[in-house]
Design a protein around this ligand. Structure first.
Ligand code: CAA
Length: 386
Protein backbone atom coordinates (compact mmCIF):
# COMPACT_ATOMS: atom_id res chain seq x y z
CA UNK A 1 0.00 0.00 0.00
CA UNK A 2 1.80 3.17 -1.06
CA UNK A 3 -0.55 6.04 -0.08
CA UNK A 4 -1.67 6.42 3.54
CA UNK A 5 -5.11 4.83 3.75
CA UNK A 6 -7.31 4.37 6.78
CA UNK A 7 -10.07 5.65 9.03
CA UNK A 8 -11.01 9.21 8.14
CA UNK A 9 -14.02 9.43 10.47
CA UNK A 10 -15.68 7.12 13.00
CA UNK A 11 -19.05 7.47 14.74
CA UNK A 12 -21.01 5.38 17.20
CA UNK A 13 -24.68 4.53 17.82
CA UNK A 14 -26.42 2.34 20.33
CA UNK A 15 -29.93 1.33 21.35
CA UNK A 16 -32.49 3.50 23.15
CA UNK A 17 -32.67 1.64 26.47
CA UNK A 18 -30.19 0.60 29.11
CA UNK A 19 -30.28 -2.07 31.79
CA UNK A 20 -28.06 -1.83 34.86
CA UNK A 21 -26.35 -5.19 35.33
CA UNK A 22 -26.56 -4.77 39.09
CA UNK A 23 -30.35 -5.01 38.69
CA UNK A 24 -30.03 -8.09 36.47
CA UNK A 25 -27.73 -9.76 38.99
CA UNK A 26 -29.99 -8.97 41.93
CA UNK A 27 -33.06 -10.30 40.11
CA UNK A 28 -31.20 -13.53 39.36
CA UNK A 29 -29.83 -13.88 42.90
CA UNK A 30 -26.25 -13.41 41.68
CA UNK A 31 -23.61 -11.27 43.40
CA UNK A 32 -23.45 -8.05 41.29
CA UNK A 33 -19.64 -8.15 41.62
CA UNK A 34 -19.63 -11.18 39.31
CA UNK A 35 -20.81 -8.95 36.46
CA UNK A 36 -19.05 -5.72 37.47
CA UNK A 37 -15.70 -7.24 38.44
CA UNK A 38 -15.78 -10.80 37.07
CA UNK A 39 -17.01 -9.81 33.60
CA UNK A 40 -16.08 -6.12 33.71
CA UNK A 41 -19.57 -4.98 32.68
CA UNK A 42 -21.72 -2.21 34.19
CA UNK A 43 -24.69 -1.91 31.84
CA UNK A 44 -26.07 -3.19 28.56
CA UNK A 45 -27.93 -1.34 25.83
CA UNK A 46 -31.35 -2.83 25.10
CA UNK A 47 -33.09 -2.15 21.77
CA UNK A 48 -36.71 -1.06 21.64
CA UNK A 49 -39.20 -2.72 19.26
CA UNK A 50 -38.56 -0.06 16.58
CA UNK A 51 -34.78 -0.57 16.56
CA UNK A 52 -32.55 -3.14 14.88
CA UNK A 53 -29.17 -3.34 13.17
CA UNK A 54 -30.41 -1.17 10.30
CA UNK A 55 -31.62 1.71 12.47
CA UNK A 56 -28.45 1.66 14.59
CA UNK A 57 -26.25 1.48 11.47
CA UNK A 58 -27.99 4.43 9.84
CA UNK A 59 -27.76 6.40 13.10
CA UNK A 60 -24.02 5.72 13.30
CA UNK A 61 -23.35 6.69 9.69
CA UNK A 62 -25.56 9.81 9.51
CA UNK A 63 -23.12 12.12 11.38
CA UNK A 64 -20.30 11.00 9.07
CA UNK A 65 -22.34 11.97 6.01
CA UNK A 66 -23.34 15.24 7.67
CA UNK A 67 -19.65 16.07 8.13
CA UNK A 68 -18.21 14.77 4.84
CA UNK A 69 -21.10 14.39 2.37
CA UNK A 70 -21.51 11.31 0.19
CA UNK A 71 -19.06 12.30 -2.57
CA UNK A 72 -16.76 9.47 -3.54
CA UNK A 73 -18.58 6.81 -1.49
CA UNK A 74 -18.84 4.02 -4.03
CA UNK A 75 -19.03 1.10 -1.59
CA UNK A 76 -20.94 0.42 1.63
CA UNK A 77 -19.87 -2.66 3.57
CA UNK A 78 -22.34 -3.76 6.25
CA UNK A 79 -20.82 -6.16 8.78
CA UNK A 80 -23.18 -8.00 11.12
CA UNK A 81 -23.93 -11.22 12.95
CA UNK A 82 -27.56 -10.22 13.50
CA UNK A 83 -28.67 -9.66 9.90
CA UNK A 84 -32.38 -9.19 9.28
CA UNK A 85 -32.78 -11.07 5.98
CA UNK A 86 -31.30 -14.21 4.46
CA UNK A 87 -30.84 -12.56 1.08
CA UNK A 88 -30.99 -8.77 1.03
CA UNK A 89 -28.07 -6.89 2.55
CA UNK A 90 -29.12 -4.78 5.54
CA UNK A 91 -26.93 -2.07 4.04
CA UNK A 92 -29.40 -1.57 1.18
CA UNK A 93 -31.96 -0.22 3.66
CA UNK A 94 -29.26 2.00 5.13
CA UNK A 95 -28.29 3.20 1.66
CA UNK A 96 -31.85 4.48 1.12
CA UNK A 97 -32.27 5.90 4.62
CA UNK A 98 -29.06 7.90 4.19
CA UNK A 99 -29.82 9.02 0.64
CA UNK A 100 -26.61 7.58 -0.78
CA UNK A 101 -26.18 7.76 -4.57
CA UNK A 102 -27.33 4.83 -6.73
CA UNK A 103 -23.76 4.49 -8.02
CA UNK A 104 -22.68 2.68 -4.86
CA UNK A 105 -22.15 -1.04 -4.31
CA UNK A 106 -23.64 -2.46 -1.11
CA UNK A 107 -22.90 -5.83 0.45
CA UNK A 108 -23.28 -7.56 3.82
CA UNK A 109 -20.44 -9.54 5.39
CA UNK A 110 -20.85 -12.29 7.98
CA UNK A 111 -18.46 -14.16 10.26
CA UNK A 112 -19.75 -13.75 13.81
CA UNK A 113 -17.98 -10.77 15.44
CA UNK A 114 -15.12 -10.67 12.94
CA UNK A 115 -16.54 -9.40 9.63
CA UNK A 116 -16.08 -5.64 10.20
CA UNK A 117 -12.34 -6.27 10.16
CA UNK A 118 -12.56 -8.05 6.80
CA UNK A 119 -14.64 -5.08 5.60
CA UNK A 120 -12.08 -2.56 6.86
CA UNK A 121 -9.23 -4.43 5.16
CA UNK A 122 -11.15 -4.74 1.87
CA UNK A 123 -12.06 -1.04 2.08
CA UNK A 124 -8.42 -0.05 2.66
CA UNK A 125 -7.31 -2.13 -0.33
CA UNK A 126 -10.00 -0.58 -2.55
CA UNK A 127 -8.97 2.94 -1.59
CA UNK A 128 -5.29 2.10 -2.08
CA UNK A 129 -6.16 1.11 -5.65
CA UNK A 130 -8.45 4.14 -6.31
CA UNK A 131 -7.48 6.86 -3.80
CA UNK A 132 -10.35 9.13 -4.91
CA UNK A 133 -12.89 6.53 -3.71
CA UNK A 134 -14.22 6.38 -0.16
CA UNK A 135 -15.79 3.35 1.50
CA UNK A 136 -18.38 3.39 4.26
CA UNK A 137 -17.85 0.46 6.63
CA UNK A 138 -20.64 -0.12 9.14
CA UNK A 139 -20.57 -2.71 11.92
CA UNK A 140 -23.93 -3.12 13.66
CA UNK A 141 -25.13 -5.85 15.99
CA UNK A 142 -27.54 -6.88 18.69
CA UNK A 143 -26.05 -9.55 20.95
CA UNK A 144 -28.91 -11.75 22.19
CA UNK A 145 -28.63 -14.85 24.32
CA UNK A 146 -31.34 -16.82 26.08
CA UNK A 147 -32.91 -15.31 29.19
CA UNK A 148 -31.52 -16.84 32.39
CA UNK A 149 -28.46 -18.25 30.59
CA UNK A 150 -24.86 -17.73 31.75
CA UNK A 151 -24.32 -15.52 28.70
CA UNK A 152 -27.29 -13.24 29.46
CA UNK A 153 -25.14 -10.59 31.16
CA UNK A 154 -22.96 -10.33 28.03
CA UNK A 155 -25.72 -9.04 25.74
CA UNK A 156 -25.75 -5.53 24.28
CA UNK A 157 -26.32 -3.52 21.13
CA UNK A 158 -24.30 -1.02 19.16
CA UNK A 159 -23.01 0.17 15.82
CA UNK A 160 -19.87 1.86 14.57
CA UNK A 161 -19.59 3.53 11.17
CA UNK A 162 -16.20 4.32 9.63
CA UNK A 163 -15.31 6.31 6.55
CA UNK A 164 -12.25 4.76 4.92
CA UNK A 165 -10.27 7.17 2.76
CA UNK A 166 -6.82 8.20 1.59
CA UNK A 167 -4.88 10.59 3.84
CA UNK A 168 -7.08 9.69 6.83
CA UNK A 169 -7.68 12.19 9.62
CA UNK A 170 -7.91 9.56 12.38
CA UNK A 171 -5.70 6.54 11.73
CA UNK A 172 -3.79 4.75 9.00
CA UNK A 173 -4.41 1.01 8.57
CA UNK A 174 -0.98 -0.56 8.21
CA UNK A 175 -0.47 -3.24 5.58
CA UNK A 176 0.81 -6.06 7.77
CA UNK A 177 -1.90 -8.32 9.21
CA UNK A 178 -1.98 -11.76 10.78
CA UNK A 179 -4.93 -14.11 10.34
CA UNK A 180 -5.95 -17.44 11.87
CA UNK A 181 -8.96 -19.62 11.07
CA UNK A 182 -10.04 -22.76 12.95
CA UNK A 183 -13.37 -24.60 12.63
CA UNK A 184 -14.72 -24.68 16.19
CA UNK A 185 -18.27 -24.86 17.58
CA UNK A 186 -17.85 -22.23 20.30
CA UNK A 187 -20.67 -19.86 19.31
CA UNK A 188 -23.11 -19.86 16.42
CA UNK A 189 -26.71 -18.98 15.60
CA UNK A 190 -28.86 -21.44 13.65
CA UNK A 191 -31.09 -19.88 10.97
CA UNK A 192 -34.24 -20.40 13.03
CA UNK A 193 -32.89 -18.92 16.25
CA UNK A 194 -33.02 -15.33 17.50
CA UNK A 195 -30.43 -16.10 20.16
CA UNK A 196 -26.91 -17.45 19.86
CA UNK A 197 -25.88 -20.94 20.95
CA UNK A 198 -22.67 -20.75 22.92
CA UNK A 199 -20.20 -22.90 24.79
CA UNK A 200 -18.81 -20.10 26.97
CA UNK A 201 -15.70 -21.80 28.30
CA UNK A 202 -14.78 -23.22 24.89
CA UNK A 203 -15.28 -19.76 23.37
CA UNK A 204 -12.83 -18.15 25.77
CA UNK A 205 -10.16 -20.73 24.91
CA UNK A 206 -10.87 -20.44 21.18
CA UNK A 207 -10.58 -16.63 21.39
CA UNK A 208 -7.18 -16.86 23.12
CA UNK A 209 -5.92 -19.54 20.71
CA UNK A 210 -7.06 -17.38 17.79
CA UNK A 211 -5.23 -14.38 19.16
CA UNK A 212 -1.95 -16.27 19.50
CA UNK A 213 -2.36 -17.77 16.03
CA UNK A 214 -3.06 -14.34 14.54
CA UNK A 215 -0.13 -12.77 16.41
CA UNK A 216 2.31 -15.42 15.18
CA UNK A 217 1.07 -14.98 11.61
CA UNK A 218 1.32 -11.18 11.99
CA UNK A 219 4.97 -11.46 12.97
CA UNK A 220 5.71 -13.98 10.21
CA UNK A 221 4.22 -11.54 7.66
CA UNK A 222 6.45 -8.63 8.63
CA UNK A 223 4.44 -7.17 11.50
CA UNK A 224 6.36 -5.09 14.03
CA UNK A 225 7.70 -6.44 17.34
CA UNK A 226 5.55 -6.05 20.45
CA UNK A 227 7.58 -3.14 21.81
CA UNK A 228 6.70 -1.07 18.72
CA UNK A 229 2.99 -1.25 19.62
CA UNK A 230 1.88 1.48 22.04
CA UNK A 231 -1.78 0.68 22.75
CA UNK A 232 -4.05 -2.34 22.28
CA UNK A 233 -7.71 -2.87 21.46
CA UNK A 234 -8.96 -6.45 21.78
CA UNK A 235 -12.44 -7.67 20.83
CA UNK A 236 -14.64 -7.22 23.92
CA UNK A 237 -17.54 -9.67 24.33
CA UNK A 238 -17.18 -8.45 27.92
CA UNK A 239 -14.35 -6.18 28.92
CA UNK A 240 -12.65 -8.69 31.23
CA UNK A 241 -12.06 -10.82 28.10
CA UNK A 242 -9.82 -8.07 26.74
CA UNK A 243 -7.91 -8.07 30.02
CA UNK A 244 -7.42 -11.84 29.71
CA UNK A 245 -6.32 -11.45 26.07
CA UNK A 246 -3.84 -8.74 26.95
CA UNK A 247 -2.30 -10.85 29.70
CA UNK A 248 -2.15 -13.92 27.45
CA UNK A 249 -0.45 -12.00 24.63
CA UNK A 250 2.10 -10.66 27.10
CA UNK A 251 2.86 -14.18 28.35
CA UNK A 252 3.24 -15.41 24.77
CA UNK A 253 5.76 -12.73 23.82
CA UNK A 254 7.44 -12.73 27.23
CA UNK A 255 6.70 -9.08 28.06
CA UNK A 256 4.50 -7.58 30.77
CA UNK A 257 2.27 -5.41 28.58
CA UNK A 258 0.73 -3.60 31.56
CA UNK A 259 -3.00 -2.97 31.92
CA UNK A 260 -2.64 0.74 31.13
CA UNK A 261 -1.89 0.08 27.44
CA UNK A 262 -5.43 -1.29 26.95
CA UNK A 263 -7.50 0.14 29.84
CA UNK A 264 -8.87 3.18 27.98
CA UNK A 265 -10.35 0.90 25.29
CA UNK A 266 -12.97 -0.58 27.63
CA UNK A 267 -14.94 2.57 28.49
CA UNK A 268 -17.81 2.18 26.00
CA UNK A 269 -18.11 -1.61 25.90
CA UNK A 270 -18.41 -1.67 29.69
CA UNK A 271 -21.61 0.40 29.33
CA UNK A 272 -22.98 -0.89 26.01
CA UNK A 273 -22.30 -4.62 26.35
CA UNK A 274 -21.34 -6.90 23.51
CA UNK A 275 -22.00 -5.50 20.08
CA UNK A 276 -20.29 -8.34 18.19
CA UNK A 277 -18.85 -6.79 14.96
CA UNK A 278 -18.92 -3.28 16.42
CA UNK A 279 -17.24 -4.21 19.70
CA UNK A 280 -13.61 -3.86 18.58
CA UNK A 281 -14.36 -0.53 16.93
CA UNK A 282 -16.18 0.73 20.03
CA UNK A 283 -12.96 -0.13 21.85
CA UNK A 284 -11.07 2.01 19.33
CA UNK A 285 -13.61 4.84 19.73
CA UNK A 286 -13.18 4.75 23.51
CA UNK A 287 -9.39 4.83 23.17
CA UNK A 288 -9.47 7.75 20.72
CA UNK A 289 -11.95 9.68 22.86
CA UNK A 290 -10.14 9.31 26.17
CA UNK A 291 -6.41 9.13 25.40
CA UNK A 292 -5.09 12.48 24.20
CA UNK A 293 -1.55 11.24 23.63
CA UNK A 294 -2.07 8.98 20.63
CA UNK A 295 -0.70 11.08 17.75
CA UNK A 296 1.83 8.99 15.83
CA UNK A 297 1.29 6.01 18.13
CA UNK A 298 0.67 2.48 16.92
CA UNK A 299 -2.45 0.64 18.10
CA UNK A 300 -2.64 -3.17 17.95
CA UNK A 301 -6.13 -4.36 17.00
CA UNK A 302 -7.26 -7.93 17.70
CA UNK A 303 -10.47 -9.06 16.04
CA UNK A 304 -12.17 -12.37 16.93
CA UNK A 305 -15.24 -13.96 15.38
CA UNK A 306 -16.35 -17.27 16.86
CA UNK A 307 -16.47 -20.22 14.61
CA UNK A 308 -13.66 -18.97 14.22
CA UNK A 309 -11.68 -16.32 12.39
CA UNK A 310 -9.10 -14.07 14.06
CA UNK A 311 -7.07 -11.15 12.76
CA UNK A 312 -4.40 -8.97 14.30
CA UNK A 313 -3.39 -5.75 12.59
CA UNK A 314 -2.20 -2.28 13.49
CA UNK A 315 -3.25 1.33 13.06
CA UNK A 316 -1.07 4.42 13.34
CA UNK A 317 -2.99 7.36 14.79
CA UNK A 318 -2.85 10.58 12.75
CA UNK A 319 -1.47 13.89 13.98
CA UNK A 320 -4.40 16.13 14.88
CA UNK A 321 -6.82 13.22 15.41
CA UNK A 322 -8.34 14.94 18.48
CA UNK A 323 -10.05 17.49 16.24
CA UNK A 324 -11.98 14.70 14.50
CA UNK A 325 -13.14 12.43 17.33
CA UNK A 326 -16.68 12.41 18.68
CA UNK A 327 -16.38 11.70 22.39
CA UNK A 328 -18.95 14.31 23.47
CA UNK A 329 -21.51 12.95 20.97
CA UNK A 330 -21.00 9.39 22.18
CA UNK A 331 -21.27 10.42 25.83
CA UNK A 332 -24.53 12.22 25.01
CA UNK A 333 -25.91 9.09 23.30
CA UNK A 334 -25.07 6.92 26.29
CA UNK A 335 -26.57 9.42 28.71
CA UNK A 336 -29.77 9.72 26.65
CA UNK A 337 -30.66 6.02 26.96
CA UNK A 338 -33.81 5.31 28.95
CA UNK A 339 -33.22 3.02 31.94
CA UNK A 340 -35.42 -0.10 31.95
CA UNK A 341 -36.07 -2.46 34.83
CA UNK A 342 -35.62 -6.20 34.57
CA UNK A 343 -39.32 -6.84 33.87
CA UNK A 344 -39.36 -4.42 30.89
CA UNK A 345 -36.06 -5.77 29.60
CA UNK A 346 -37.50 -9.30 29.63
CA UNK A 347 -40.59 -8.12 27.73
CA UNK A 348 -38.42 -6.45 25.08
CA UNK A 349 -36.26 -9.57 24.79
CA UNK A 350 -39.31 -11.81 24.34
CA UNK A 351 -40.93 -9.46 21.83
CA UNK A 352 -37.79 -9.42 19.68
CA UNK A 353 -37.78 -13.20 19.49
CA UNK A 354 -41.49 -13.50 18.70
CA UNK A 355 -41.90 -11.11 15.74
CA UNK A 356 -41.73 -13.49 12.78
CA UNK A 357 -41.03 -12.50 9.20
CA UNK A 358 -44.43 -13.96 8.19
CA UNK A 359 -46.30 -11.30 10.15
CA UNK A 360 -47.83 -8.19 8.70
CA UNK A 361 -47.19 -6.00 11.67
CA UNK A 362 -47.02 -2.37 12.59
CA UNK A 363 -44.43 -1.36 15.16
CA UNK A 364 -45.09 1.79 17.12
CA UNK A 365 -42.36 4.39 17.34
CA UNK A 366 -40.89 4.20 20.83
CA UNK A 367 -37.30 5.30 20.59
CA UNK A 368 -36.16 8.88 20.10
CA UNK A 369 -33.51 7.86 17.56
CA UNK A 370 -33.28 9.26 14.04
CA UNK A 371 -34.35 6.04 12.24
CA UNK A 372 -37.14 3.57 12.96
CA UNK A 373 -38.19 0.07 12.04
CA UNK A 374 -41.93 0.54 11.42
CA UNK A 375 -43.03 -3.04 10.85
CA UNK A 376 -43.48 -5.74 8.21
CA UNK A 377 -45.63 -5.42 5.10
CA UNK A 378 -45.99 -8.28 2.63
CA UNK A 379 -43.14 -10.02 4.50
CA UNK A 380 -40.79 -7.07 3.82
CA UNK A 381 -39.27 -4.99 6.62
CA UNK A 382 -40.10 -1.29 6.60
CA UNK A 383 -38.00 1.61 7.83
CA UNK A 384 -38.24 5.36 7.91
CA UNK A 385 -36.26 8.39 8.94
CA UNK A 386 -37.85 10.25 11.88
N1 CAA B 1 -17.08 -11.38 42.45
C1 CAA B 1 -16.13 -11.15 41.53
N2 CAA B 1 -15.87 -11.99 40.49
C2 CAA B 1 -16.64 -13.07 40.36
C3 CAA B 1 -17.66 -13.37 41.29
C4 CAA B 1 -17.88 -12.46 42.36
N3 CAA B 1 -18.84 -12.66 43.27
N4 CAA B 1 -18.24 -14.53 40.91
C5 CAA B 1 -17.60 -14.94 39.79
N5 CAA B 1 -16.63 -14.07 39.47
C6 CAA B 1 -15.72 -14.12 38.33
C7 CAA B 1 -15.18 -15.49 38.01
O1 CAA B 1 -14.07 -15.82 38.80
C8 CAA B 1 -14.83 -15.33 36.55
O2 CAA B 1 -13.64 -14.62 36.41
P1 CAA B 1 -12.36 -15.30 35.70
O3 CAA B 1 -12.81 -15.79 34.36
O4 CAA B 1 -11.39 -14.18 35.60
O5 CAA B 1 -11.97 -16.42 36.60
C9 CAA B 1 -15.92 -14.41 36.03
O6 CAA B 1 -16.49 -13.76 37.18
C10 CAA B 1 -17.05 -15.13 35.32
O7 CAA B 1 -17.50 -16.15 36.16
P2 CAA B 1 -17.82 -17.59 35.55
O8 CAA B 1 -16.70 -18.05 34.68
O9 CAA B 1 -18.29 -18.47 36.64
O10 CAA B 1 -19.07 -17.15 34.64
P3 CAA B 1 -20.07 -18.04 33.83
O11 CAA B 1 -19.51 -19.36 33.48
O12 CAA B 1 -21.38 -18.00 34.53
O13 CAA B 1 -20.24 -17.16 32.50
C11 CAA B 1 -19.22 -16.67 30.37
C12 CAA B 1 -19.17 -16.47 31.88
C13 CAA B 1 -18.85 -18.10 30.02
C14 CAA B 1 -18.24 -15.71 29.72
C15 CAA B 1 -20.67 -16.36 29.88
O14 CAA B 1 -21.01 -15.05 30.20
C16 CAA B 1 -20.84 -16.57 28.38
O15 CAA B 1 -21.05 -17.69 27.91
N6 CAA B 1 -20.77 -15.46 27.59
C17 CAA B 1 -20.94 -15.52 26.14
C18 CAA B 1 -19.71 -16.08 25.44
C19 CAA B 1 -18.55 -15.10 25.37
O16 CAA B 1 -18.71 -13.90 25.53
N7 CAA B 1 -17.36 -15.63 25.07
C20 CAA B 1 -16.19 -14.81 24.93
C21 CAA B 1 -15.23 -15.35 23.89
S1 CAA B 1 -16.11 -15.62 22.35
C22 CAA B 1 -16.18 -14.07 21.61
O17 CAA B 1 -15.47 -13.19 21.96
C23 CAA B 1 -17.17 -13.87 20.50
C24 CAA B 1 -18.35 -13.14 21.02
O18 CAA B 1 -18.38 -11.88 20.99
C25 CAA B 1 -19.46 -13.90 21.60
Amino acid sequence: MSARVGIHDLAVATAAHVLDLGDLATAAGIDPAKYRVGLGQEQMSVPGPDEDVVTMAAAAAAPILARHGADGIRTLFFATESGIDQSKAAGVFVHRLLGLPASCRVVELKQACYSATAALQAAADMVARRPEDRVLVIASDIARYDLDSAAEATQGAGAVAMLVAADPAIAEVEAAAGVFTADVDDFWRPNDSATAVVDGKLSIGAYLDGMIGAWDDYRARGGVAIDAIDRFCHHQPFTKMAVKAHRRLGEHVGVDLGAESMAASTGYNRRIGNSYTASLYLALAALLDTDDDLAGRRVGMFSYGSGSVSELFTLVVAEGYRAHTRGAETEALLAARTPVDVARYRELHAAAASLGSHDDAEVAQESAGPFHFTGIAGRARQYRRA
